[in-house]
Design a protein around this ligand. Sequence first.
Ligand SMILES: C[S@@+](CC[C@H](N)C(=O)[O-])C[C@H]1O[C@@H](n2cnc3c(N)ncnc32)[C@H](O)[C@@H]1O
Length: 378
Amino acid sequence: MDEQCLTLAAAVIEKADREHRADEVLRLELKKHRDWLPDIPRSVSRAVFAFYRWRGWLDSPAPLEQQVRQALEWQERFRRQPNSISEAELRSQALPGWLAGQMPEMPPAWLRDLQTEPRLWLRARPGQAERLRQQLGDMAPGFVGLLSDALSYEGSQDLFRTPEFHAGEFEVQDLSSQAVGCLCAPLPGDTWWDACAGEGGKMLHLADLMQNRGLIWASDRAEWRLARLKRRAARARLFNYRMRIWDGGSRLPTRSLFDGVLVDAPCSGIGAWQRNPHARWTTTPQDVEELSRTQQRLLAAVAPAVKPGGKLVYSVCTLTQAETVGVATALERERPEFEPWPVPSPLDPGEPARAQHWFWPQDHGGNGMFVAVWRRKG
Ligand SMILES: C[S@@+](CC[C@H](N)C(=O)[O-])C[C@H]1O[C@@H](n2cnc3c(N)ncnc32)[C@H](O)[C@@H]1O
């Protein structure tokens, strides 16, 4: 790696902290150098993320540039000889010590995936995946389960600068997140509420599944995220939605009752630690406890808005007990009007016997996630 990239990577690491996420600092730094060829931003990103992935192995008093170089060497060594590092070492050096108390079982495959570079997933517009595969090139072969619009990109173009992106022909969306939209399975003409719509990743998928018909209420407490959602929806020419600011309080954005409500809740994000390794060192067990309470509060607030016979879907990109099974079990205990709605996994459609209402869709190369699906009785 050349000195220019090393220096910039070290500058990003120096500035990043709990309030300034490394990926955000990196984005801002790279924005200052828009004229660079895509190879340089890619090398700097690789170096920054390798640093956080291998931080537990680095010689911390050494200058940052030297540590970044060491991290890249560890990354390469692990790529060539994944078994040269034991599971016990991964558990103790790649992750903060408090996690074991929150996640008693750490699947060995997940531990190893954490130390590799993540795949880049795209969601093509309905029925357009094959055409997009040919236009963009460099896609991994095959489709995953029922997610026939999902493509895994392995090339080196900056996809955000392609004409296909500007024409709204695809979204960058993680595979497990795409599974959430499929589990919602809204029908054209339905009325849905995406209560934590954020920048609209899942809302746009729901709108596509509804063929731009029916209505989606998209709410979030962050106005700036909804502004991005609006830009993305315009690019995709999706119009069957209304936006509202909502902070999770008991005053709901509308009195409507919905065929389905999705709560893609704020969470500790541990399922995205492969993609965002900086968060391993800034997240705390207090965050987990606080977020689990927020998730329960959000579910309790939206529950009355689900029509009898309607669906309630809860998803989080994390794997702690308190946020996933803990929240789902509390809802089932406290809200007997909701019953489990078992469906086959969109990622393993050949296994109808394994229909379930709790899902961990991460075994196919996407983020770690938990999804639960219930139906309101009546
Ligand atoms: C996991 S993100 C949503 C991602 C989005 N659904 C997507 O697919 O792109 C969680 C969202 O919850 C929002 N949020 C956090 N606390 C909230 C609250 N109390 N009420 C409503 N939204 C909240 C955050 O602003 C964030 O956009």
